[in-house]
Design a protein around this ligand. Structure first.
Ligand code: SAM
Length: 208
């Protein structure tokens, strides 16, 4: 099963925040983590002196783990057990930064989720997210030849093999993400498709 890769990692085989510097100085900013998991990315925010740490996650187990991890962090923490498609009571026009590290592609309703996120942000606030590249689940390496096993254009749920147990994730094209962002009030500043592979990653993902 794939291990979580919280900030400063953006997920498996993704470049590091240390190299990308997308967040900049987050001291005294209010941040919200969508799909916060066990809270390690929020802990990273705390280490960089964010003013308030907010997060939501669908899983009770993950939210409890995050509560435990952040209980003595010294900053105000608000965690919600909720699907990202719904607002569990998060304030509007409040956050300087909303981010989501390797969680957005689980959403069952991309438009609803992005519309919510846009409302949580202050005017001029930023949203940063990472997700698996949509080609990753479509292409495999067979004896050095990269082959499409499914069309890039086919969107919707699929069972992701990397997780070891059945895990239904959503396939969206890059254009779907960009258009959904624009349609929900965002301006797209940067799209990064870089890959960072350690030796271990090269072995683990050798069929990709
Ligand atoms: C790979 S983990 C993300 C880890 C976390 N962002 C971090 O930086 O450590 C994906 C998380 O998304 C959550 N998740 C999946 N679908 C969700 C949904 N529809 N709404 C909210 N959270 C969801 C899962 O419970 C899981 O904790």
């Amino acid at each position: 099963m794939e291990e979580p890769h919280p900030l400063p990692e953006y997920g498996p085989i993704a470049p590091l925040e240390d190299n990308l510097n997308l967040f900049g100085d987050i001291a005294n900013l209010k941040v919200l983590d969508i799909g916060c998991g066990s809270g390690h990315s929020l802990q990273y925010m705390n280490q960089r002196n964010a003013a308030e740490l907010w997060g939501l996650d669908l899983s009770e187990k993950q939210v409890n783990a995050a509560k435990l991890l952040l209980e003595n962090c010294g900053s105000p923490v608000q965690l919600f057990e909720s699907p990202m498609e719904e607002n569990p009571g998060l304030p509007h026009n409040y956050f300087d930064i909303v981010y989501s590290i390797y969680a957005l592609g689980w959403t069952t309703d991309l438009n609803k989720t992005l519309s919510n996120i846009n409302k949580y942000l202050k005017l001029g606030g930023i949203f940063i997210f990472s997700w698996e590249h949509p080609l990753h689940s479509r292409v495999s390496n067979k004896d050095g030849v990269l082959a499409f096993n499914k069309s890039y254009h086919e969107e919707g749920p699929y069972d992701h093999e990397v997780w070891g147990t059945p895990a239904i994730m959503q396939q969206f094209r890059i254009s779907t993400y960009i258009n959904a962002l624009v349609n929900n009030g965002f301006m797209v500043e940067k799209v990064i498709e870089d890959v960072y592979c350690s030796e271990e990653d090269m072995q683990r993902h050798e069929n990709r």
